[in-house]
Design a protein around this ligand. Structure first.
Ligand SMILES: *Cc1c(COP(=O)(O)O)cnc(C)c1O
Length: 406
């Protein structure tokens, strides 16, 4: 279902101070005041339109924040020096000592490690649950629960969260629903579906150039200001501030996000369908065989497709490694973590991006050794890519001549 045209980024209009078609970059850490009184008021947080110090805010970061708020349809957005900078700030802002989080068990390894290990320092505990099981989510909520956390499309297993149902549940218990929408920008408008706070790693699709790390929190103006509060704002005080030059660069890349997402999705769907026909163990939310296919379909802004992420299980870590090395030699992509690049990126999450998750927990969530995560690139001729990938699989015996799985 289309809730609205998801891409309102194009509707924004800003000029540079000399009439440039791009806003000017703010190249200053600190700002002058014409009167001492205004400086005092700005410190107190009650002067609109005045800049104080760039860890607090800067024009370039505000411009990028505006575009991200437009992307998610939220009132406001703050930008950070990384996705983890954004996620950790949100969690620390919402949770006090000895409180509790209910989180999906299939989440980004860094977020998992932050909740499971780092938050011990504050006696904050997390119940990791199967987020597609609403009963399990409900049963885990306690009077100390301060947030429900999930990824719209999970890393690396591509489970799809029912954001509407989760938001109803969160509302019933009067706790915020926090959704990491890094895997599905534009395809899923998490805030429109009821998420109270949407976080992004801009490092991935949104910037799309694999040349920086950055993050964002899209939320109400009230919450965004809380994060920036000079006295107790986690964003302000942890200080994971995005540099203005980089914010300006991300804003420029973001303008082609809609075109890129369509192409990533188109290419990934094509490969997933072919691999499925070949009898391979492929997981892609765009396939009817995917457990979250229906949930994704009713939530999505259909023109952007099911995203660029796909997994393939080739049976063993040794085979996964051999296949990835061969694909890289054949220039079909890079053996690298991360996602959202013009080139296809592949990695074995069990031994890389999800290695923070203990083996037992990996087994419980179905994260197998032979699993390869693909972030499908912007290949102009995806048919050619498919044929070349298939050649690699035949060479390694992942596929037999007739296409049967070995
Ligand atoms: C990469 C990633 C993060 C962390 O973002 P960084 O920019 O690397 O800090 C968080 N969530 C998801 C889903 C990610 O893929």
């Amino acid at each position: 279902m289309d809730y609205k045209s998801a891409d309102t980024i194009q509707d924004l209009q800003y000029f540079g101070e000399f009439g440039g078609v791009n806003p000017s970059i703010s190249d200053s850490s600190t700002y002058t005041f014409l009167s001492a009184k205004t400086m005092f008021d700005t410190f107190e947080g009650n002067t609109e339109g005045c800049y104080l110090y760039s860890r607090h805010s800067s024009p370039s970061n505000l411009y990028l924040g505006e575009a991200l708020a437009a992307l998610e349809g939220t009132e406001s957005a703050n930008v950070y020096a990384s996705g983890m900078g954004a996620i950790s700030a949100v969690i620390m802002q919402l949770c006090d000592t000895s409180e509790h989080i209910v989180s999906s068990r299939t989440i980004y390894g860094g977020t998992y490690a932050f909740m499971k290990n780092f938050l011990k320092k504050f006696d904050i505990s997390t119940s990791f649950v199967d987020i597609t099981n609403l009963n399990a989510v409900t049963q885990s909520i306690t009077p100390k629960t301060k947030m429900i956390y999930c990824e719209a499309v999970s890393n690396p297993l591509l489970e799809v969260a029912d954001i509407k149902a989760l938001s109803k549940l969160a509302k019933k218990y009067n706790i915020p629903l926090v959704v990491d929408n890094t895997f599905s920008p534009l395809s899923i408008s998490a805030a429109q579906l009821g998420a109270n706070i949407v976080v992004h790693s801009l490092t991935k699709f949104i910037n799309g150039a694999s040349d920086c790390v950055a993050g964002a929190v899209c939320a109400s103006t009230e919450f965004c200001l809380q994060l920036k509060d000079v006295n107790d704002g986690a964003g302000m005080l942890f200080g994971s501030t995005l540099d203005s030059l980089r914010a300006a660069s991300i804003l420029k890349n973001m303008r082609t996000l809609h075109i890129r997402m369509k192409k990533h999705s188109e290419n990934a769907l094509f490969l997933a369908q072919q691999f499925e026909n070949d009898g391979l163990r492929v997981v892609y939310p765009g396939l009817a065989s995917h457990s979250g296919h229906k949930t994704f379909t009713v939530q999505m802004n259909s023109e952007y497709g099911y995203g660029g992420l796909m997994t393939l299980d080739v049976g063993s870590l040794a085979m996964a490694n051999a296949f990835m090395e061969l694909m890289q030699r054949e220039n079909l992509g890079y053996l690298a973590v991360s996602l959202g690049f013009y080139k296809t990126l592949f990695s074995a999450p069990g031994s890389s991006t999800s290695s923070e998750i203990p083996q037992d927990d990996q087994d419980a969530m179905g994260l197998t050794d032979g699993l390869i995560r693909f972030s499908i690139g912007l290949d102009n001729d995806i048919q050619k890519t498919y044929i070349a990938m298939k050649k690699c699989m035949l060479k390694l015996g992942i596929l037999k001549e007739e296409g049967a799985l070995v």
